[in-house]
Write a protein that binds this ligand. Sequence first.
Ligand SMILES: Nc1ncnc2c1ncn2[C@@H]1O[C@H](COP(=O)(O)OP(=O)(O)OP(=O)(O)O)[C@@H](O)[C@H]1O
Length: 302
Amino acid sequence: MIIQTQNLQFGFKKDQPIIKNLNLNVEKGSIYGFLGPNGAGKTTTMRLILGLLPNPENNIRIFGKTLSDNRLDIFSRIGSMIEIPSLYEHLTGWDNLEITRRIKGVSKKRIDETLELVKLTHAAHKKVKAYSLGMKQRIGLAVALLSEPELLILDEPTNGLDPNGMIETRELLIRLNKEAGTTIFLSSHLLSEVEKMATHVGIIHKGSMLFQGTIQELGTLKSRQAMLCFDTSNNLKALELLNPQFQVTLNGNGLKTSFQDREQAAHINRLLVQNEIDVYQLAVMDNDLEKLFLQITEESAV
Ligand SMILES: Nc1ncnc2c1ncn2[C@@H]1O[C@H](COP(=O)(O)OP(=O)(O)OP(=O)(O)O)[C@@H](O)[C@H]1O
């Protein structure tokens, strides 16, 4: 494990826990998507891992070592970007990287390489205050990447980017992971975004971990929660025909039931057609993140 927390807890005020018994496991070589709605505690968790918030417990291990006793060694191997990147706006992108380069003792040629990586070579000598939000995000990413870290911790790295910028950042992160073996721990509130690049996912809600596993395991969970929605020439007759076996209910003007597998969809279709009911539409509807959260929360409450 590259990051491991054991019953991590935190509150800004006494008796108001923000992070509750969080057991995070980020495997070496993974792209771990830390998902959760606004205010779930993603940034707070990342700040705890980066030692930016007080944590008297000895319960965070990074690279297999306890954070409290190995801070310098650990932080020299991490690149991070938390919330809006902190940049010197009156300096150029290149100058911002030069400052980090001096602190981290990295070679000068690495600045140009990193600018190339984030596609900002053309704007290297422009002042950061003239950058768009997307460019600021990318120069922030460059600062994090400058020292070729083993672990990248990125808070909402695609925030503020246009669709093209999102694709480029995603491709860059996948490439770093594949080619340099960089472990990436990133947060997002967009399930669709995380699904496109993550190998592992953790879902946090109100400071508690609701789900942690591989992207395949999340896929299984999602399909378990998916709905089969359909519309026919006679929905009332279809309802009568398919129930109680398929537990179909009305869904607006159509019908729905929880999705089991492809055979179930084929079976329903066959039954309807055999009984002279025309099928206009038959589709598996994935749950969006909000519904998934709701269902997971309800399940854990039960
Ligand atoms: N400095 C602070 N003082 C008091 N409460 C805070 C502080 N920072 C965050 N919080 C609260 O802690 C909770 C978790 O916030 P956090 O920023 O970690 O969530 P998040 O999952 O990163 O959401 P977002 O995507 O909106 O940043 C929220 O209820 C927030 O209001």
